[in-house]
Design a protein around this ligand. Structure first.
Ligand code: HEC
Length: 154
C-alpha cells in the first residue's frame, strides 16, 4: 500500500509532467502557430532522418510525403512572423524584421531544399541523402541568424 504522501506525490507527478514537457507553455496566437509548424517540420525531419541513418528501412513514399510537408510548411513561415512578435516565450530575434529579405530568402531556401529532396526521393535517387543534408543546412542557416538560444532541438 502506498502512503498518503506517496499517493500525493504520484498524483502531482501525473498532473505536472505534461506541463514540464511542453517547452513553451504560455505561447499563444501566431507564436504558438509557428512553434507548432516548426515542430511539424522537426517530426518530418525525424521520419527521413531515421531512414538516412538506416534505423528504419527506406520507404520512398513515406519519406517524400515528409519532404512535401516541409516544403508546404516552409512556404508559410513568413506569414507567421508579423512584425514585432518577439519576446518571451518566443525565440524569434528582432533581426527577423531588420533583415526581412534575408529571413524570407532563408524560408524560400528551405522550401527549395525540401522540393529538391522530394524529387530525389520520388526518383529513389541515391543522392537523396545529400539532399537531406541540404534541408538540415537550410534549417540551421535560418536558426543561426534568427533564432535566439541554441539548445535541445538543433
Ligand atoms: C526562415 C527561418 C527558419 C527556417 C528555414 C526554419 N526555422 Fe525553425 N525556427 C525559426 C525561428 C525564428 C524560431 C523561433 C520561433 C519562436 O520561438 O517564435 C524557430 C523555432 C524552431 C523550433 C522550436 C519550436 C518551439 O516549440 O519553440 C524547432 C523545433 C524548429 N524551429 C525546427 C526547424 C526545422 C526542423 C527546420 C527545417 C526543416 C526549421 N526549423 C527551419 C526559424 C526558422
Amino acid at each position: 500500500m502506498m502512503s498518503k504522501l506517496a499517493q500525493l506525490v504520484a498524483v502531482c507527478a501525473l498532473l505536472f509532467a505534461p506541463l514540464a514537457l511542453s517547452a513553451h507553455q504560455g505561447a499563444t496566437g501566431v507564436v504558438k502557430e509557428r512553434m507548432d509548424l516548426m515542430k511539424t517540420q522537426k517530426e518530418a525531419m525525424k521520419v527521413i532522418g531515421a531512414m538516412a541513418k538506416g534505423k528504419v528501412p527506406f520507404d520512398a513514399a513515406k519519406a517524400s510525403t515528409a519532404a512535401q510537408e516541409i516544403e508546404t510548411t516552409a512556404a508559410k513561415i513568413p506569414e507567421l512572423f508579423p512584425e514585432g512578435t518577439t519576446g518571451h516565450p518566443s525565440e524569434a530575434k528582432p533581426e527577423i524584421w531588420m533583415q526581412w529579405d534575408k529571413f524570407t530568402a532563408d524560408a524560400e531556401g528551405l522550401e527549395t531544399a525540401a522540393a529538391t529532396l522530394k524529387m530525389a526521393l520520388e526518383g529513389e535517387a541515391p543522392e537523396w541523402k545529400a539532399k537531406f543534408k541540404g534541408v538540415i543546412d537550410a534549417c540551421k542557416a535560418c536558426h543561426k541568424t534568427f533564432r535566439a538560444e541554441k539548445r535541445r532541438n538543433r
